[in-house]
Ligand binder design. Sequence first.
Ligand SMILES: [Fe+2]
Length: 140
Amino acid sequence: MIVDYQWDSSLETGQEMIDTQHKQLFVAINDLLHTYRQGKGSEELSKSLDFLTNYTIKHFFDEQRLQQKYHYPDYENHKKYHETFKEEVMGFSRQLIMKGPSEELINKVCSTIGDWLVNHIQVQDKKLAAYIKAQDAAAH
Ligand SMILES: [Fe+2]
């Protein structure tokens, strides 16, 4: 069983909304892990995974809106990363319904989402936050 994913300050972008939502995403990943460890059935696990999926989609939407507001030059690329990953996350719910819960599947879901997030935050979201910060500084 994989260890819990924790948000830590190395993942901080400095953009408040983005950081708040990232923290919530890590909480949602751990909720799914805990739900499984408590021996809950398919229904509870589906609920937990649905929350994680929906929150991921909401987060991407909010982040993209922020990029548009700031005319972020790398918007199209960043959006593509989000879209591709969104498809993958939505596929997990279908797998859970078809195959039923297993340690293997829950591990795969949590590690795939957790690892993707860590990478994406470190590279793409930090780049975005730095751009926003520079734009804000230039405006004042
Ligand atoms: Fe992002």
